[in-house]
Ligand binder design. Structure first.
Ligand code: NDP
Length: 284
């Protein structure tokens, strides 16, 4: 039987530790760390994500400032708001919830955030910092959380074959770089990969970030592999499910993350971690 990695419990423990660190920051600096969350429009999934992020801020003692802007918000308004928050000394982190409405270009908006306040780690400067192993950078939250989950198993990644399925800038590419930093031999797969199963079957650690229900079935997984399921999908009954056929794969895996309750809660914990990191640098 595979062992289930409890992302919720690991996230809660991390937030408990963060609470103390945030309290220490607030006491020594004389104010709490502050995160500005900008949301444009009323995408239902984004509303849930933003609500969870604000709730996590309350839990750990970070001040959150939510800017809920109308769907029709013009790019120039958003640009001015980001410029103002970049200048505001008491704002430590800035997050623009994606996706943006179609008339707004995330590729143009995200780079406007001061990299020192870019707590999502999406800017070129922060992705570059990760590539160069510059620890002062703010790294993307989901891959940071995935690494914590993998390391929680006690696995020594040195020399292990890690296979990442998905090559997005937010998840696939950064997690591949982090695994490389831990001396894994890394293969990145994507929609053009030939014979995906032949590659995934060689994985000691398999990270799947695609967004396709049950893409990974038991026959694609090596006995004893650590399996991390990043995907968020809905099954036929409307329930949340991942990219991995959990029921089939779990008996083969040495460790596996569930959906929900695996990677998701960790992403938020790492956002809080990044906000505190940004705040510490902001007051230096
Ligand atoms: P993207 O859509 O940006 O990327 C998906 C990747 O999957 C692409 O690289 C694509 O390849 C690849 N892909 C598509 N089909 C296949 C296939 N049949 N075989 C192999 N690879 C394939 O998604 P994200 O990285 O942003 O997110 C992935 C999933 O993770 C989504 O379900 C998302 O909701 C979830 N997610 C969860 C988070 C959490 O906190 N739990 C946070 C972020 C994302 P190509 O590049 O060739 O098109």
């Amino acid at each position: 039987m595979g062992k289930i990695i409890d992302g919720k419990a690991i996230s809660n423990a991390l937030q408990e530790r963060l609470k103390e660190q945030v309290a220490y920051f607030s006491m020594t600096v004389g104010r709490k760390p502050k995160l500005a969350v900008i949301m444009v429009g009323d995408d239902p999934a984004s509303q849930v994500y933003v609500r969870n992020k604000i709730r996590a801020c309350e839990t750990v003692g970070i001040t959150s400032e939510a800017y809920k802007l109308a769907e029709s918000t013009e790019s120039s308004y958003l640009e001015t708001l980001i410029a103002k928050l970049n200048e505001d000394r008491d704002t430590d982190g800035i997050l623009v919830q994606l996706p943006l409405p179609a008339h707004l270009n995330a590729k143009k908006i995200i780079p406007l955030i001061d990299p020192k306040k870019d707590v999502d780690g999406f800017s070129a400067a922060n992705i570059g910092a990760l590539l160069l192993d510059d620890k002062s950078g703010l790294y993307s939250c989901t891959p940071l959380g995935i690494m914590q989950l993998i390391l929680s198993t006690g696995i020594n990644l040195t020399g292990k074959h890690a296979v990442v399925v998905g090559r997005s800038n937010e998840v696939g590419k950064p997690i591949a770089l982090m695994l490389l930093q831990h001396n894994a031999t890394v293969t990145i797969c994507h929609s053009k990969t030939e014979d995906l199963a032949a590659v995934t079957r060689t994985a000691d650690v398999l990270v799947v970030a695609v967004g396709k229900k049950h893409l990974i079935t038991a026959d694609m997984v090596k006995e004893g592999a650590v399996v991390i399921d990043v995907g968020i999908n809905r099954d036929d009954e409307g329930k949340l499910c991942g990219d991995v056929d959990f029921a089939g794969v779990e008996p083969k895996a040495s460790y596996i993350t569930p959906v929900p309750g695996g990677v998701g809660p960790m992403t938020i914990a790492m956002l809080m971690t990044n906000t505190l990191k940004a705040a510490k640098r902001n007051v230096q």
